[in-house]
Design a protein around this ligand. Structure first.
Ligand SMILES: Cc1cc2nc3c(=O)[nH]c(=O)nc-3n(C[C@H](O)[C@H](O)[C@H](O)COP(=O)(O)OP(=O)(O)OC[C@H]3O[C@@H](n4cnc5c(N)ncnc54)[C@H](O)[C@@H]3O)c2cc1C
Length: 403
């Protein structure tokens, strides 16, 4: 059978069994990365991924594809730096082209405060071997001539931080790459199967309950359901500090390639890149209210366009083609929740906010090690679910694109 045929037919319907070694709830990039890593690196292949819709139906198929390591804390920088290393060889590892491309990230600063934050970030990044440097306005214009250094005549650029390793990967390809590789290793993926609760007996999570009331047992259950984590965890009496906020984006019609890398404004909260298909892709900050609605708004389109044109005036002639919204499961410290829950047998891979795409390779790798060995890898130890009760948060809102 040719490789192409094998990939196209990998999601054959399978019968749901009554039990598995590991059940992963959620077929987004994180649940699938975990499934792949369990099978590939720990030989745990008796794994089921239960997805209530289709693979990538959540934020994994709606994000703006940015991969970077220029975070702001001693805990997050090494975590995303390791993820970036894994990204570089992911296509070869999965035998699936995830269209990973390193083009650099330029973060413009229009205020002294923003520049100060970026200076501190650059120092911290370099202490962990992550390349981030501060540029003068002249260097910004030389690097990216399309930037208006006057900020639309209203908000002059004072400088910028530049992160050469800033990259992109095609989100759908990543989801399907992980799913395809996991399936080849024996993982069972079930779409259109909603988990409605956790099966808790004698103080331990022993499986999940799916639509229709059937129980699927497991030695370990991992919730990778983003904004629905609190809902499912509450069926076992667990309360989680996750709130779900919409994040929107839009693309223009496709144009000849003009823009390399990511250009963002740290003060205007807008970022622009150009996709491999030529569309100009524009994103902004999460919306301040909580909702499970993925309805797009005209207000976002108008405001994000205005901000984008302020830093990249050539965009005034571009025509918006499509906009969409996804949901971000935000935590109080804007860092992920990765680890064993207080309930035996239940693990959490949640609180993915605006960082869960770039982190997926290391999140999946580390969570697989924890589930397989019972030992928490040092890189994810600071992100344990218990950190909120213990008042040991990892505050990184500045990296998360939140106000
Ligand atoms: C517009 C936008 C732009 C973004 N840009 C970036 C970016 O540039 N870089 C970055 O790193 N991150 C970005 N993010 C965030 C990133 O997309 C997410 O953090 C990441 O995709 C989360 O992946 P996940 O697998 O944890 O969750 P999801 O992809 O949301 O997957 C969760 C899955 O669980 C399923 N599910 C829910 N409830 C149940 C249930 N009861 N039973 C079974 N299945 C269930 C859902 O259908 C869904 O498929 C962005 C997000 C958005 C919305």
């Amino acid at each position: 059978m040719s490789g192409l045929l094998r990939r196209r037919t990998f999601l054959r319907p399978r019968e749901l069994r009554g039990g598995y070694d590991v059940v992963i709830v959620g077929g987004g990039v994180n649940g699938l990365s975990l499934a792949y890593n369990l099978a590939a690196h720990h030989g745990i292949r008796d794994v089921a991924v239960l997805e209530r819709a289709y693979l990538g139906a959540g934020a994994s198929g709606r994000n703006t594809q940015v991969v970077r390591a220029n975070y702001n804390t001693p805990e997050t920088v090494p975590l995303y730096a390791r993820s970036l290393e894994l990204w570089r060889t992911l296509s070869q590892e999965l035998d699936f082209n995830v269209q990973f491309s390193t083009q650099g990230e330029l973060d413009l600063c229009h205020t002294a405060d923003a520049l100060e934050v970026e200076r501190d970030k650059a120092l911290l990044n370099r202490a962990f071997g992550v390349a981030t440097e501060i540029l003068t306005v002249e260097e910004v214009v030389r690097l990216q001539p399309l930037v208006d250094p006057s900020g639309g005549g209203e908000l002059p650029v004072l400088g910028a931080s530049y992160h050469p390793p800033g990259s992109f990967a095609r989100h759908d390809s990543v989801v399907w790459g992980y799913a395809s590789a996991a399936t080849r290793l024996g993982v069972a993926i079930h779409e259109e199967l909603r988990v409605v609760g956790l099966d808790v007996r004698d103080g331990r999570c022993r499986g999940v309950v799916v639509e229709g009331g059937r129980t699927v047992e497991a030695d370990a259950v991992v919730l990778a359901v983003a904004g629905w984590t609190s809902e499912l965890a509450s069926t076992a009496g667990l309360a989680l500090p996750i709130t779900t906020h919409p994040l929107q984006a839009f693309v223009t019609e496709p144009y000849a390639h003009v823009l390399d890398g990511l250009v963002s404004s740290m003060d205007l909260y807008v970022y622009v890149s150009q996709t491999a298909r030529g569309e100009l892709l524009v994103g902004a900050e999460i919306l301040p209210y909580t909702t499970y609605s993925t309805r797009s708004t005209f207000g976002f389109l108008a405001e994000a366009s205005r901000r984008a044109i302020q830093i990249l005036p050539f965009m005034a002639r571009a025509r918006a083609m499509r906009q969409w919204a996804g949901l971000c499961d935000m935590t109080p410290d804007s860092s992920p929740i990765l680890g064993a829950s207080e309930l035996d047998g239940l693990y959490l891979m949640a609180g993915m906010g605006t960082w869960g795409f770039k982190g997926a390779p290391i999140f999946g790798r580390s969570m697989a090690e924890l589930v397989a060995t019972g030992r928490t890898p040092a890189l994810i130890a600071p992100f344990a679910p218990g950190r909120f009760a213990a008042d040991r948060m990892v505050p990184d809102a500045a990296s998360a694109g939140t106000h």
